[in-house]
Every structure is written in structure tokens, then in C-alpha cells.
Design a protein around this ligand. Structure first.
Ligand code: GLP
Length: 238
């Protein structure tokens, strides 16, 4: 794992942007694995600015998102479909037909997403990390062998995400569809961003702990090309 520790969120977003831009410039038809959450927002802002100012083009880029809530219509304001269109896709020249997000709640929906990914090889998979060490929505206990599947969200994850749902946990969906850890591990490169003190324990377990299902992100220790971008707070327990 290559670990980059920066002073703050803005710098972490900039370091992550350099990695992402490097991939897209080298390979204009790159396949990007994308993530939601508050963490990648700074990176996405940098990508949009760079596209507008320097003309970096995404017209041949293909994207696959990590996860989506079960039970929210795609046009719900907190669906990850809406999040991605609002915070990234609308600011780039990426083509709608090249954008993929998982959707649904059945095994068939999961298998269809895996099948859609089969024809591609993800060049860089962007990840955030949950306070409990989850990646995508792979909660602690998820076998590393899982592919796209339906998960029941843990209490901590729903509490963490309640801030997007009027701080009302009852509005937070109970289930999600997510790429599995085996799906994530197929990416050629992984770029994980973590900032803030509430990620410090998860970051420690990911990097210094034994690879164990108790910390899903620790699976990344077995991946040959991982860049972890942290701020000082998230790196404080290393
Ligand atoms: C969410 C998402 C993850 C994300 C993580 C951290 O629940 N499913 O993909 O990385 O939790 O979110 P945030 O960046 O808002 O802290």
C-alpha cells in the first residue's frame, strides 16, 4: 500500500485528483470505479474544474459505481444515482450510456451488475471507508469472496448516514446493493481516501491490523496496487 498523508481535506482531495487524472490522461477510455459519500466530493470538484479549465475529457470513460440503497427510487434526492449525477456526471462530458450504478434488491439484479462489469476491467476503483471499516457497503463480517450482493446495513452505518436523511435514522434505508470485496479486488488500482478523526480507527485496522472480515477494508492489504490518501486526523493512530 502506498500511503499519502496530507494536512487536510483539501490537500487529500488534490492528491487523489492527481491519481485519478493520471489514469484518465494515460487512458482516455479508462474504466473508473466510483464512490459516493462526503469524502470524494472534493475530488469530484477538482475533476469538474479540471475538465472545464483544461479540457480533460471523459467522453470515452466508462464508470461503475460501488453501491446503491435498496428501496429508494433513482430520482430520490439521496439515491446514489442522484448523488453521482449532481456531484460529478453533470459537470463532465461523460456519456450517460457509459455510466453504471447497481440497482435493485434481487440476486438477479446483483448478477446482472456483475455481468455488465465482465466486459470491462476497472482501471482505478475509488473508495471511501466507513467508520466501521466498510468499503462500498461491505459491512464487517462480509466474506472477502463476495461479489455484488444485497446487504443489511449495520446500525452504525445507518446512524452515520442519517445526516443525509434529516438526521432521522428511520428514513435511512435498511438494505443496500453493493459490489462485493471480490469485485473491488479485481480493479487494477485502488484509490482510497479517508479524512477526519472518526475514520482513524478504521484506517488503523485497514493498514496495521491483520486482514480480517472484521475490517472489510483490510482485504486491500492483499491488493498489489493501492494508494491510500489520508489527512492527519485519519492517520493519527498509525
Ligand atoms: C457510505 C458509502 C461508502 C462510503 C462510506 C463513507 O455509507 N456506502 O461507499 O465510502 O459510507 O462515507 P463518507 O465519505 O460520507 O464518510
Amino acid at each position: 500500500m502506498k500511503i499519502i498523508v496530507t494536512d487536510n481535506y483539501e490537500q487529500a482531495s488534490l492528491e487523489a485528483f492527481k491519481v485519478m487524472k493520471g489514469v484518465v490522461v494515460k487512458k482516455p477510455n479508462a474504466v473508473l470505479g466510483l464512490a459516493t459519500g462526503s469524502t470524494p466530493l472534493g475530488l469530484y470538484k477538482n475533476m469538474i474544474e479540471d475538465h472545464k479549465e483544461n479540457g480533460t475529457s471523459y467522453k470515452d470513460v466508462v464508470s461503475f459505481n460501488l453501491d446503491e440503497y435498496v428501496g429508494l427510487p433513482r430520482d430520490h434526492k439521496e439515491s446514489y444515482y442522484t448523488f453521482m449525477h449532481t456531484n460529478l456526471f453533470s459537470g463532465l462530458d461523460i456519456l450517460e450510456e457509459n455510466v453504471h450504478l447497481p440497482y435493485g434488491n434481487t440476486k438477479e439484479d446483483c448478477d446482472a451488475y456483475e455481468k455488465a462489469m465482465e466486459d470491462y476491467s476497472v482501471d482505478v476503483q475509488l473508495l471511501g471507508i466507513g467508520g466501521n471499516g466498510h468499503i462500498g457497503f461491505n459491512e464487517p463480517g462480509t466474506p472477502f469472496t463476495e461479489t455484488t450482493h444485497i446487504v443489511e446495513l449495520q446500525e452504525r452505518t445507518r446512524v452515520d448516514n442519517a445526516r443525509f436523511f434529516d438526521n432521522d435514522i428511520n428514513q435511512v434505508p435498511t438494505h443496500a446493493i453493493t459490489m462485493g470485496i471480490a469485485t473491488i479486488m479485481k480493479a487494477k488500482k485502488v484509490l482510497l481516501i479517508a479524512t477526519g478523526e472518526n475514520k482513524a480507527d478504521a484506517v488503523y485496522a485497514m493498514i496495521k491490523g491483520e486482514p480480517t472480515v472484521d475490517c472489510p477494508a483490510s482485504a486491500l492489504q492483499n491488493h498489489p496496487d493501492v494508494v491510500v490518501v489520508l489527512d492527519k486526523a485519519a492517520a493519527s493512530k498509525l
